[in-house]
Design a protein around this ligand. Structure first.
Ligand SMILES: C[S@@+](CC[C@H](N)C(=O)[O-])C[C@H]1O[C@@H](n2cnc3c(N)ncnc32)[C@H](O)[C@@H]1O
Length: 224
């Protein structure tokens, strides 16, 4: 768990002040329980970044608050979350460097727009393996030369951390209905890596679970 708020996290979390207590608590818990600072640090410091499955927009806001050279666009299938993300973005006072849009569940990055980086943070396990890998391919295809695809997922090891994460996500999707998604199926990291490599990306992986009860894992792929 991370109880340390980086300056960018402070700025981003302040943007939710006018929103419901439930949303404020959710984004704060998200910061505490997921290694978003490490995800932020893995992304380029300048350029146009797409966040797929941005939820309430916390990571997108952190990305923009951390570096003034970033322009961030977040998309999600959850219309209510996107509405709240837009409300928070309006409080960021960053000259429209952050924008959000609701999309259908089979959305893929359109060929008309390319990105310096695409980030997918804790989304793929909600799609089913085939759709998850298809989305990864489409995101890789939307990168500019030298661009990066950054994926934060849950590893299947150590197994007790994996079982805990799976139980929590089943509760979030089926009981609490906090998260929209088709399924809860964590995609094997080897499958993700192979798909990224087949798309021409050079990949690296980093375990980020130290100090967290969840087996967080960061996969980065860069186009040569
Ligand atoms: C656990 S949340 C992660 C939110 C955010 N990325 C973060 O790290 O804080 C997963 C998000 O994925 C979204 N999602 C589920 N299926 C999706 C799809 N097919 N396309 C885009 N987003 C999707 C959900 O609506 C939810 O907001």
């Amino acid at each position: 768990m991370s109880f340390h708020l980086t300056p960018a996290a402070r700025t981003a979390l302040r943007c939710y002040r006018g929103l419901a207590r439930r949303t404020r608590t959710h984004v704060l818990l998200r910061w505490v329980t997921a290694p978003l600072a490490a995800v932020e640090a893995a992304l380029p410091r300048t350029g146009q970044i797409l966040e797929v499955g941005c939820g309430h927009g916390l990571l997108s806001l952190v990305l923009a608050a951390a570096e003034s050279g970033r322009e961030v666009h977040g998309i999600d299938i959850d219309v209510a979350k996107i509405h709240q993300a837009n409300q928070a973005a309006a409080a960021l006072e960053q000259d429209g460097r952050v924008s959000f849009a609701a999309v259908p569940s089979d959305w893929r990055p359109p060929a008309s727009q390319t990105w310096d980086a695409v980030v997918i943070c804790d989304v793929l396990y909600l799609l089913g393996a085939a759709a998850a890998l298809d989305l990864v391919r489409a995101c890789a295809a939307s990168l500019r030369p030298g661009g990066m695809l950054v994926i934060k997922e849950i590893d299947t090891r150590p197994s007790w951390k994996y079982r805990l994460s799976r139980a929590q996500e089943l509760a979030a999707t089926r009981l609490a209905k906090i998260t929209q998604g088709e399924v809860v199926r964590f995609v094997a990291i080897e499958e993700l890596t192979a798909t990224m490599e087949a798309a021409g990306l050079r990949t690296t992986r980093q375990q980020l679970d130290r100090g967290y009860p969840h087996p967080h894992l960061l996969l980065t792929g860069r186009l040569p």
